[in-house]
Ligand binder design. Structure first.
Ligand code: ADP
Length: 263
C-alpha cells in the first residue's frame, strides 16, 4: 500500500510538473508570438508616415532646386501642412507604443491627484478642434460644470483622447455626443457616435491587443488604443463598457469610482 501511495504521489507530481512545463511553453510561445506581432505591426505603422514624410521632403527639395519658378507659397503651405499631420501621427504612434510597454512592464500604479473630469474633457476637446473640422463633424458636450474626483490626470486624458479619436475615425462624419454624469460615488463619461457600429461578435474582441474589425482595415491604426483604454480604466478601479448597433453607432462608457483606489 505504501508503495502504491508513494507511486501515485510521484505520478501526480510528474503530471503537475509536466502541466507546469507545457503551460509555461505554451505561454512562452504566446509571448514570442505577441512580441513578433507587436514588432511587425509597429514597424509597418511607423513606416507609412515616414514614407509620406520622405516624399514631401523630396518634393520640396526638387521644387526649390530644379524649378523654383513653379514653386508657389500655396504649394509649400500644403506640403508643410501634410508634414505636420504625419509628424503628429508619428507622435501618437510612439506615445501608444510607449504606453503599451509601460503596461506590459507592470508600471500600472496610477499617480493619483484631485482633478476635474469636466475640465480634463474640455482640455482634450480643445485639441480636437482641427480634427473635428477636418472630418466635418459636430460635437456636443452635455456635462455639469465640474465633476471632482481623485484620478490620474494623464491617464484620463489618454482614455478620452483615444475614445474621441476613434469616434471621429469610425464615426463617418456624423455628430458625436459626449455626456458626463456623476453621483456621490461614481462618475461616468459616454462617447456616443453614429458611425458604422460594431458587430456583437467583435464587441469583446476589439479590447484585445492588436485586434481590429476587418472593415476598419482601410483606416490607419494598430488595434492598441482600446487595450490601453481598458488597462488604464482598470488601473483607476473603473471599467469601459461598449454598446453598439451595426449601422447605427457605438457608445463607449467609462465608469469610474470618484476616488480611485491607490495600489
Ligand atoms: P485602432 O483604432 O488603432 O485600430 P483601437 O484599439 O482603438 O485601435 O480600436 C480597435 C478596433 O475597434 C478598431 O480598429 C475598429 O475596428 C474598432 N473600433 C474602435 N472604436 C470604434 C468606433 N467608435 N466605431 C466602430 N469601430 C470602432
Amino acid at each position: 500500500l505504501e508503495w502504491i501511495a508513494s507511486h501515485a504521489a510521484m505520478k501526480v507530481e510528474n503530471a503537475r510538473l509536466y502541466h507546469t512545463l507545457t503551460r509555461t511553453n505554451a505561454e512562452l510561445d504566446e509571448a514570442v508570438k505577441a512580441r513578433d506581432t507587436f514588432i511587425a505591426i509597429a514597424a509597418h505603422e511607423l513606416r507609412t508616415p515616414l514614407s509620406t514624410l520622405k516624399l514631401h521632403a523630396q518634393m520640396l527639395r526638387r521644387f526649390a532646386t530644379r524649378s523654383p519658378e513653379t514653386f508657389t507659397p500655396e504649394m509649400v503651405v500644403s506640403r508643410l501642412g501634410s508634414i505636420d499631420r504625419q509628424v503628429n501621427r508619428l507622435d501618437r504612434l510612439i506615445d501608444q507604443l510607449m504606453n503599451v510597454s509601460r503596461i506590459i512592464d507592470g508600471g500600472l500604479a496610477p499617480s493619483l491627484e484631485p482633478c476635474d473630469l469636466c475640465q480634463i474633457t474640455r482640455d482634450v476637446l480643445s485639441r480636437f478642434e482641427q480634427a473635428l473640422a477636418d472630418a466635418g463633424c459636430q460635437l456636443s458636450l452635455i456635462a455639469p460644470e465640474s465633476v471632482q474626483g481623485v484620478w490620474d490626470l494623464e491617464r484620463l486624458d489618454h482614455i478620452l483622447t483615444n475614445l474621441l479619436s476613434n469616434a471621429i475615425k469610425y464615426g463617418g462624419g456624423h455628430p458625436i455626443e459626449l455626456r458626463i454624469h456623476a453621483d456621490a460615488r461614481r462618475a461616468q463619461l459616454a462617447v456616443i457616435d453614429r458611425g458604422e457600429g460594431i458587430a456583437p461578435a467583435d464587441v469583446e474582441r476589439i479590447f484585445g491587443r492588436f485586434e481590429r474589425v476587418i472593415s476598419s482595415r482601410q483606416t490607419k491604426g494598430m488595434g492598441l488604443g482600446l487595450w490601453i483604454v481598458r488597462s488604464y480604466a482598470e488601473s483607476l478601479g473603473g471599467q469601459v463598457h461598449l454598446q453598439s448597433t451595426p449601422g447605427k453607432g457605438s457608445t463607449f462608457t467609462l465608469d469610474l469610482p470618484r476616488h480611485a483606489p491607490s495600489r
